[in-house]
Design a binder for this molecule. Sequence first.
Ligand SMILES: C[S@@+](CC[C@H](N)C(=O)[O-])C[C@H]1O[C@@H](n2cnc3c(N)ncnc32)[C@H](O)[C@@H]1O
Length: 231
Amino acid sequence: MSSDRYAIDDVAFIGRTVEEYEHMFDLDLSAWEGQSVLDCPGGACAFVAEANTRDIDAVGVDILYDVPPDELHEKCESDVDTAIAGFEGVEDQFIWEFYDDVADVRAHWTAAYQEFIADYADRFDTDRYVDAQLPDLPFEDDSFSLVLSANLMFLYMEKFDYEFHEQSLLELARVASDEVRVYPLERFDGKRYPRLDELREVLADEGYETELRPVPFRFQHGAEELLRIEV
Ligand SMILES: C[S@@+](CC[C@H](N)C(=O)[O-])C[C@H]1O[C@@H](n2cnc3c(N)ncnc32)[C@H](O)[C@@H]1O
């Protein structure tokens, strides 16, 4: 763990509340009622559980959705601890607008994983939580109206090469019928993915229009826009 900027060694299995997702993705959930939404990676997010209670056919994909609920619950707890410990000494590198302080971040991420794990335990081995791995998704073309992807691509840019980013965006677009939203476009220190324009050109060559859209969420410096892919 670096001491001068926020960093965690592995991709954390953590998750966000619906409120966080609504801000990160500039999302009006009521607009998607009666439709299907994919959250990839879903991690320990409350999104899939809660969206399904709101007449949205929501599905989550994560590389760890083969892990039994009890074991995954333990990982949720330890990964939140690790992710929260990473803020020590670098709190001033974040914008404390959506969250009050580090304790508030913990409260949100804990609430998210508790809601997630209850639903996951009830629905383990159903088609609501799908064990799969970007850049290959086990879905037909146009399976979901909306596809959301937060806090994997771009954020962990050093862990994944350019090809992973390109193939993953094309895959997310393939399984979407309306649109894809990806957030953030920066790593923790606010550095934007350097080859974003190149990725947008590839998407354009494949017939997808893209735009960078402002979001009403402030936490990481510079992370003020999402990538929207229109399908
Ligand atoms: C930081 S969490 C983000 C979860 C959620 N989207 C959020 O914003 O809170 C990153 C997630 O990506 C998952 N993951 C890592 N590599 C993956 C891959 N190749 N395909 C799908 N999920 C992956 C991890 O298991 C972890 O749950």
